[in-house]
Write a protein that binds this ligand. Structure first.
Ligand code: UDX
Length: 472
């Protein structure tokens, strides 16, 4: 099938490349000419496992191409995937101006019928507006447009795998012809017989995904509802972690047992610095705004957001308690990306932690295998190191802010010998507390029953009889 992808950001690049991998002919466009120039040379501007190789191979096979001529891209496709950004406005609402611009572009450049598929995350009812806009912008003599919604559920770091082996594919279509086209596009994935490069061809045991065909408003809501639920789940785990500290319980033991209940499930119960990245925080905000405008009091989501913001305070408090005075201390940071296996630092907890440490007068040096260049633009005053051991040298504390596997595998005995004071504050509960303490570290994670904290816990007993009550 001939497919156009508009927007070569994270979602667009993964979508375009994977659709080409499935055997379609894909033309991608973006309004950033530098990005297109680099993609034409097969230089991928983001770090995402498998993407580079797959993009290069599909360009070579002439199934994937990039153009800065958006009109050419629109005319090339029978199906057009809209993958432009919907960043948050000051109000928390999603900014839909890029979708509106793309609607105008498609409406004015199309000469043949098109199936226009919303892939970007948008609030419910955007599809209806998009359909209307395509009609208005194309005028009387315009081409025929059908609008579908096919929300993405790609996680950064595993996006290629998520695309080729999804749990579910959600579609909203207007008519049978659109459903047939979209089923055809995803046929290799839906039939579960696609041998993908992620598993080196050895993935036939995976379950084929469920196809869910819904109304358009439901399709749009599913994405926001899913991401907001994940955010609530993380904040819930974080509150349990705080409670664990107060009652000397262990969050990992608690969530492991909770997760064995299939109604709860083990994932997204990892306590720590909370959720960041470009999706969860903005989707929660947009969902709160959508609910407000619809007259629904979704304060539970506001609470999840508040809990998440407080994670940084809780973390900083741990650092202050351990260091006493932060000013003039040497602090090493391991991990800058908002999560492992990505170079993305958008809404990463690391940024706020570093900003506050610098404000308190600490000297910060950092290492992240992928996200260093982007961070040093924001904080030119921090020292970026080429490897983790360089970060550890003579520091008063080492902070773990991203759960890169590389950090688990470090030679911690060597690190112990390098540090001025062997203090580790682990924002991701990446390391084993007992093993760290046995190596001689002073180690703090989240929800692991710190003794100092536990000692302060005095249960509030409700007296059965009070002296006053007895005399009354
Ligand atoms: C998310 C959704 O998972 C994906 O379906 C959607 O399409 C895009 O948004 P992503 O932003 O890549 O994906 O990150 P995700 O893996 O969901 O993690 C989000 C944040 O939550 C990260 O900062 C991560 O560190 C944090 N997190 C995740 C936790 O703090 N605890 C957990 O248990 C899981």
């Amino acid at each position: 099938m001939q497919i156009s992808v508009i927007g070569c950001g994270y979602v667009g690049l993964v979508t375009g490349t994977c659709l080409a991998e499935l055997g379609h002919h894909v033309v991608c466009t973006d309004n950033d000419p530098e990005r297109i120039a680099s993609l034409k040379a097969s230089v991928v501007p983001i770090y995402e496992p498998y993407l580079d190789a797959m993009l290069g191979a599909n360009c070579q096979a002439k199934r994937l191409s990039f153009t800065s001529d958006a009109g050419e891209a629109v005319r090339a496709g029978e199906v057009i995937f809209i993958c432009v950004g919907t960043p948050p406005l000051e109000t928390g609402d999603a900014d839909l101006s890029a979708i509106d611009n793309v609607a105008r572009l498609i409406a004015t450049e199309s000469v043949t019928p098109k199936l226009v598929v919303e892939k970007s995350t948008v609030p419910a009812q955007t599809g209806q507006q998009l359909k209307r806009a395509l009609g208005v912008y194309s005028g009387k003599a315009g081409a025929e447009f059908r609008v579908a919604s096919n929300p993405e559920f790609l996680r950064e770091g595993t996006a290629v795998e998520d695309f080729l082996h999804p749990d579910r594919i959600v579609l909203r279509v207007e008519d049978d012809a659109s459903e047939k086209q979209l089923r055809e596009i995803y046929r290799p994935v839906l039939e579960g017989r696609f041998r993908c490069p992620v598993h080196m061809g050895a993935c036939p045991s995976m379950q084929p995904p469920k196809l869910v065909v819904t109304t358009i408003n439901s399709a749009e809501l599913i994405k926001h509802a899913s991401n907001s639920f994940l955010a609530v789940k993380i904040s819930y785990a974080n509150m349990i972690a705080d409670l664990c500290e107060k009652v000397s319980a262990d969050i990992n033991e608690v969530t492991r047992a909770m997760g064995l209940d299939p109604r709860i499930g083990p994932r997204f119960l990892e306590a720590g610095l909370g959720f960041g990245g470009f999706c969860l925080p903005k989707d929660v905000q947009a969902f709160i705004r959508l609910a407000e405008r619809a007259g629904v009091d979704f304060s539970m989501l506001k609470e999840a957001e508040r809990v998440n913001k407080r994670r940084i305070d809780v973390f900083l408090e741990k650092i202050r308690r351990a260091l006493w005075v932060v000013k003039d201390k040497q602090v090493g940071v391991l991990g800058l990306a908002f999560k492992a296996n990505t170079d993305d630092i958008r809404f990463a907890p690391s940024l706020e932690v570093i900003r506050r440490l610098l404000a308190e007068g600490a000297q910060v040096r950092a290492y992240d295998q992928e996200a260093m260049d982007k961070t040093s633009v924001i904080f030119p005053q921090i020292q970026c190191c080429r490897e983790p051991y360089e970060v550890a040298r003579d520091v008063d504390a080492l902070l773990i802010l991203t759960e890169w596997e590389e950090f688990r595998q470090l030679d911690w005995e060597r690190i112990h010998g390098l540090m001025a004071r062997p203090l580790v504050v682990d924002g991701r509960n990446l390391l084993e507390p007992k093993a760290m303490m046995e190596r001689g570290f002073e180690y703090y994670g989240f929800g692991q029953g710190e003794e100092a904290v536990a000692a302060e816990f005095v249960p509030t007993l409700v007296p059965r009889f009070s002296a006053e009550g007895a005399s009354a």
